[in-house]
Ligand binder design. Structure first.
Ligand code: GLC
Length: 537
C-alpha cells in the first residue's frame, strides 16, 4: 500500500486540475497568425466549461524568440505579440471570476542574450552585472573552460571576443546561463516573484528548475558509460557538474519562504527533468520546504502499459517525503502529445490515458488539445520553427509537432486564426478533431474528459484520497482511491474480466458513455482499452 499519507493542510492545487496553455498556439484574436492573450480570454468559457482550476501559461514575456519565449528579455512585462500587461491583468481578473487561477512560466536558468543584464554583463569585465552570468577564462588549451555540452547540442560555452572570456549556456548561445552563486541574481528573482505574485499570479511553473546552480569550480563532467540513458550517451557525458547541484535546494527554500508569505501560498511547480526518482523526490525537500509539485518525467516517458506506469507511480510515492504531493502529466510543449506517443492516434487509448491522469493520486496537468485527443502535427523541413528541430533534422523533428495550433472548429485554420491569415505553425486537419464538434457530441473524447473532471470534483476520494493497488491481470491497473472508490483501467487491446473488492458499486464515469449508468456486482468485464470509476465499493 502506498500513497496513503494524508496532506495535513491541503491547498487549492492538491485537488485541482491544471491545464497548460502554449499561448502562441492557443487562439489568435488579431489575425497575425500566432496566439495572444485576448485570444485566450475569448476561450476562457471553454476552460471553465471543461472544469479546469488553473492555467499554466508558457512564457508571455518579451523575447527575441530564439527559443520561443524561453529566452527572456524582460521578466516583468508582456511580449507585444501577446498583448500588454493590462491584457494579462484582465485575464487574471476574468479567469478569477470563473474560478480559474493563472500560473506563469519562470525561466531562472538563463536569460536572452538581449536581456539588459547580459548586454551590461558582456560590456566589460567590470560591469555591474558581470557576475550575473557564468564567465570563465579559456581552458589550458585555449579552448572552452571545460567539457560541458549544451542540452541543445554543441559546446556549452561561447567565446566573447571583447573580453577573451567564455560564457556558459546550457541551451542556445542566445540563452546565457545566469550565475546563481551571485547574490544579485538571487535578489533580482525575489523581486520578479513578488512582481507577479502581488498581481494575483497564483504561482510559477519553473523552467529547468533542477539545473540552475552549477559547480562553482566548473569541473569537467565525467564521461557517459554504456549503462547510462541514451541522451547521456549521445552527449558523451553525465551532466554531473552543470546540473542538479546541492545548492539548488537553497534557492527553492528561499522561494518557498516567499511563497508562504502570500495567502494562499503561491504554487511552485518545477520542471524537474531528472532520470532518477530519488532525485525527483529531493526537490520536495522535507516535504514542506521546497517545491510544492515536481514534474515526473520517468512517468511521461513510460509506455502506456499498466505495470510500467504503476511501477513509476509506486516508486515515486514510496520516495516522496511526508506531505509531498505528486503531479502527473502525459504531454507538454517539449514532448510528443499523449494522443500520439501513448495512444498512437487511437481515440480509445486516448480516453483511458486521460481517465488515468485524472484519477491517480496527485495533481493532473492537461496540455492544450489533450482534451480532444489532439495528435502531433506533421512538419516539413521548411516549416520548422524550433531551433532544436532545425539543428537535428531529419534525425529529430524537434518540438514543433506538439506545438501546432489548437483547432477550435472545423473551418479554415480551425478557428485558431483568421481565414486569410497564416498560422505560425501548420494546423493538424481540424476536421479530425476540434472543440466545437466535440462539444456537440456527448460521445466525444472532450465530453468524456469533462465528465471525468466533474466526477473528480464531486469525489473527495478522487481528489485527496489515498492510493492502493489491487490484484489484477498485468494489463489492468486496478486501484482504490480513498475510502470507497475503485478505478479499473484496461491498458491493453484485450478484454479482461476482473473482480472488484466487496460486492461492487456504481460506475460513476468511464471511457464508454454507454456504461456510465450501469451498476455491476463484483465481476466487471472491461473492453479493450476501457476504464471505469466505480464508487461505493
Ligand atoms: C525547458 C522548456 C523548453 C526550453 C528549455 C530551455 O525545458 O520547457 O521549451 O526550450 O527549457 O529554456
Amino acid at each position: 500500500m502506498t500513497g496513503t499519507g494524508r496532506v495535513a493542510s491541503p491547498e487549492w492545487w492538491h485537488s485541482a486540475v491544471l491545464y497548460q496553455v502554449y499561448i502562441r498556439s492557443f487562439a489568435d484574436a488579431d489575425g497575425d497568425g500566432h496566439g495572444d492573450l485576448p485570444g485566450l480570454r475569448r476561450h476562457l468559457d471553454h476552460l471553465a466549461w471543461l472544469g479546469v482550476d488553473a492555467l499554466w501559461l508558457s512564457p508571455v514575456g518579451p523575447s527575441p524568440n530564439a527559443d520561443w519565449g524561453y529566452d527572456v528579455a524582460d521578466y516583468c512585462a508582456v511580449h507585444p505579440d501577446y498583448g500588454t500587461l493590462d491584457d494579462l491583468e484582465a485575464l487574471i481578473a476574468e479567469a478569477g471570476q470563473l474560478g480559474i487561477r493563472i500560473l506563469l512560466d519562470l525561466v531562472p536558468n538563463h536569460t536572452s542574450d538581449k536581456h539588459p543584464w547580459f548586454e551590461d554583463s558582456r560590456s566589460s569585465t567590470l560591469a555591474a552585472h558581470r557576475d550575473f552570468y557564468v564567465w570563465a577564462d579559456p581552458g589550458a588549451d585555449g579552448g572552452p573552460p571545460n567539457n560541458w555540452v549544451s542540452t541543445f547540442g554543441g559546446p556549452g560555452w561561447t567565446l566573447d571576443d571583447a573580453s577573451g572570456q567564455y560564457y556558459l549556456h546550457n541551451f542556445l548561445p542566445e540563452q546565457p546561463d545566469l550565475n546563481w552563486w551571485s547574490q544579485g541574481v538571487r535578489d533580482a528573482f525575489d523581486e520578479i516573484l513578488r512582481f507577479w505574485w502581488d498581481r494575483g499570479v497564483a504561482g510559477f511553473r519553473i523552467d529547468v528548475c533542477h539545473m540552475i546552480v552549477k559547480d562553482a569550480q566548473l569541473r569537467d563532467n565525467p564521461p557517459a558509460t554504456e549503462d547510462d540513458p541514451f541522451v547521456m550517451q549521445m552527449f558523451g557525458q553525465r551532466p554531473f557538474y552543470n546540473s542538479n547541484q546541492p545548492e539548488v535546494h537553497d534557492v527553492l527554500r528561499r522561494w518557498r519562504t516567499i511563497s508562504a508569505g502570500y495567502d494562499p501560498p503561491r504554487l511552485l511547480l518545477g520542471e524537474t527533468n531528472v532520470e532518477q526518482l530519488d532525485t525527483l523526490a529531493s526537490f520536495y525537500g522535507s516535504g514542506t520546504d521546497e517545491l510544492h509539485l515536481a514534474f515526473n518525467f520517468p512517468f511521461i516517458e513510460a509506455p502506456l502499459k499498466a505495470k510500467a506506469l504503476w511501477d513509476v507511480l509506486e516508486r515515486t510515492e514510496a520516495l516522496l517525503p511526508d506531505q509531498a504531493w505528486p503531479v502527473w502529466t502525459g504531454s507538454n510543449h517539449d514532448v510528443s502529445r499523449l494522443a500520439t506517443r501513448w495512444a498512437e492516434g487511437d481515440p480509445a487509448r486516448v480516453r483511458v490515458a486521460l481517465l488515468m491522469l485524472l484519477t491517480l493520486r496527485g495533481t493532473p496537468v492537461l496540455y492544450q488539445g489533450d482534451e480532444i485527443g489532439l495528435v502531433d502535427g506533421n512538419i516539413t523541413e521548411d516549416e520548422l520553427r524550433d531551433p532544436v528541430g532545425r539543428r537535428f533534422w531529419p534525425y529529430y523533428a524537434g518540438r514543433d509537432p506538439e506545438r501546432t495550433p489548437m483547432p477550435w472548429d472545423a473551418g479554415r485554420h480551425g478557428g485558431f486564426t483568421d481565414a486569410g491569415a497564416t498560422p505560425w505553425l501548420p494546423m493538424t486537419d481540424p476536421r479530425v478533431a476540434n472543440v466545437a464538434d466535440q462539444r456537440a457530441d456527448p460521445r466525444s473524447v472532450l465530453a468524456m474528459t469533462r465528465r471525468v473532471i466533474a466526477a473528480r470534483r464531486r469525489s473527495p476520494d478522487l481528489q485527496l484520497g489515498g492510493y492502493e493497488r489491487l490484484a489484477s491481470p498485468d494489463e489492468v491497473w486496478l486501484f482504490r482511491r480513498g475510502e470507497s472508490t475503485v478505478v479499473a483501467l484496461n491498458l491493453s487491446g484485450t478484454p479482461h474480466d476482473i473482480t472488484l473488492p466487496g460486492r461492487g458499486g456504481s460506475v460513476v464515469v468511464g471511457t464508454d458513455p454507454a456504461r456510465d449508468a450501469s451498476v455491476p456486482g463484483d465481476a466487471l468485464s472491461l473492453g479493450a482499452w476501457e476504464g471505469v470509476v466505480v464508487a461505493g465499493v
